[in-house]
Design a protein around this ligand. Structure first.
Ligand code: HQG
Length: 443
């Protein structure tokens, strides 16, 4: 940094943040008396005269300062933290503006929106290049694209400073998105496809009540989408609970209006946090279904495969890179209800799995069922043990959560077989983390 750069930084400090540092005062419009400023700066031991000051103002790379007409007063054009009114001009912004920041601030910004922090306004740039430079001052840069025209139309004011910086009071979360670099864009288009298969505890019967208030977690921005093969096959939807609510096919998988909240959101969050790859989830679950209803040639499996194929076709046509195709399976309570022998369950399961592997699924991640919680005398332990055996011996099956089995003791079962939303969140998170850990370990 040259001598006059250092002086410029000091002048910026004085005129924006700390006039006391040079023993000057700013008037309500941010002006300082030039002679007083020169005296004040010299009193700190720095060398300066009017000629040097004029040169700094004229050559400053961001045109940070202005003189008044007769050059008796000077002020900073923007960037203040002291409360002055620099008579900013209100102006209609272009459709998009950009904000450069450090990537480590993104979590907080995504939660709270953009705030002026120590300054009077949030600073916005007219292009991504400038925004990147602003962001780099704070660390590894990230760029936000601001829907400024939309904000303006909703009544938010914008100002353009003398030196071309756009200013506004705050930017709510709904008005920005992350602007991606080419590499990030390609990554964002890479997804892992998951079929969520099984019976009611996969479909999700989560509720909240007075004692169990925990609802569905908020989806992390970008963590995943739902592909609705039945009800909206022409687009992706952000994952929302109850997941798969509209995915009913007459003559295929039809769960009516039964879905109230599932493990899928928690799963997507956990998986994305570990892998950085969003999921595309496809619902294929039917409450009360037994393993003999999930056999090749049967209506449920045929519908499932058609949903998988539709998802893949859509994603390919929309230029997504489908990195993996997986299934997450949670089913077996209805087989426990009829005391199906473990051996028979295993045979049925493996026939189903064979068909799914043939359809292109690479791996089955297993969420083990939990205990029976009623007074009817049912016992799910044989099915649970069989699921352990399958995961131990079948190379295509990976156990990712046994947590449903704890929920009876934890008081998180809402009836004989189903759970409060909190339990689905716990299981989904564990399953998402373990699935991600497996995927990271093998690639
Ligand atoms: C961040 C430079 C966490 C914000 C540039 C920024 C600019 C949040 C930092 C001018 C947040 C404040 C201003 C939230 C915002 N949670 N962090 N909710 N909301 N932030 O330096 O925009 O060279 O006060 O993203 O060119 O970086 O000085 O603002 O990273 O025009 O003339 O909090 O300063 O000009 O940092 O820069 P700053 P800025 P000069």
């Amino acid at each position: 940094m040259g001598k006059s750069d250092k002086l410029s930084v000091f002048i910026s400090l004085v005129l924006r943040h700390d006039p006391d540092a040079a023993h000057v005062t700013l008037d309500e419009h941010g002006w300082a008396d030039v002679e007083a400023l020169l005296d004040g700066i010299r009193s700190t031991g720095r060398q300066i005269d009017r000629r040097i000051l004029e040169e700094i103002v004229a050559t400053d790379n961001k045109q940070r300062y202005s003189f008044n007409q007769d050059k008796t007063m000077i002020r900073a054009n923007q960037g203040h933290s002291v409360p002055v009114d620099v008579e900013l001009k209100e102006q209609e912004p272009p459709e998009f503006l950009y904000h450069g920041t450090a990537s480590r601030f993104l979590d907080s910004i995504n939660r709270e929106g953009l705030k002026p922090m120590s300054r009077l306004y949030v600073h916005l740039s007219k292009d991504t290049e400038t925004a990147r430079k602003v962001g780099m001052r704070h660390g590894s840069p990230a760029i936000l694209k601001i829907h400024s025209r939309e904000m303006y139309q909703a009544g938010h004011k914008f100002y353009l400073s003398e030196n071309g910086v756009w200013l506004t009071e705050k930017v709510d979360v709904k008005y920005f998105e992350t602007e991606r670099t080419g590499i990030e864009e390609a990554q964002a288009k890479t997804v892992d496809l998951f079929l969520f298969m099984g019976q009611s505890n996969m479909a999700g019967r989560g509720i909240v009540n007075e004692d169990h208030r925990e609802g569905v977690p908020e989806l992390i921005r970008g963590a995943g989408h739902e592909y609705r093969a039945v009800s909206a096959p022409d687009r992706l939807n952000e994952i929302a609970e109850p997941f798969g609510r509209h995915e009913n096919r007459k003559g295929g998988i039809d769960d009516g209006e039964m879905k109230t909240g599932s493990m899928v959101t928690a799963f997507a969050n956990a998986y994305y946090q570990k892998t950085g790859i969003p999921i595309v989830g496809v619902s294929a679950s039917k409450g009360g279904s037994r393993i003999d209803q999930w056999q090749p040639g049967g209506a449920f499996l045929e519908d499932t495969v058609s949903r998988l194929n539709a998802a893949e076709e859509y994603l390919n046509a929309s230029h997504y890179m489908v990195r993996h195709k997986f299934m997450l399976w949670c089913q077996g309570e209805s087989d426990g209800d009829i005391s199906r022998p473990g051996k028979q369950y295993r045979e049925g399961f493996e026939r189903m799995l064979e068909a799914m592997l043939k359809a292109g699924i690479e791996k089955c991640f297993l969420v083990r069922i939990g205990h029976y919680n009623g007074s009817g005398g049912q016992d799910y332990s044989e099915i649970m043990e069989t699921q352990e055996e399958i995961a131990d011996s079948n190379e295509n099956v990976v156990m990712v959560s046994r947590a449903f089995a704890q929920m009876r003791e934890r008081g998180l079962m809402k009836d004989d077989f189903h759970y409060f939303q909190e339990a689905y969140n716990i299981v989904g998170k564990e399953a998402g983390e373990n699935t991600a850990a497996y995927v990271l370990a093998v690639q």
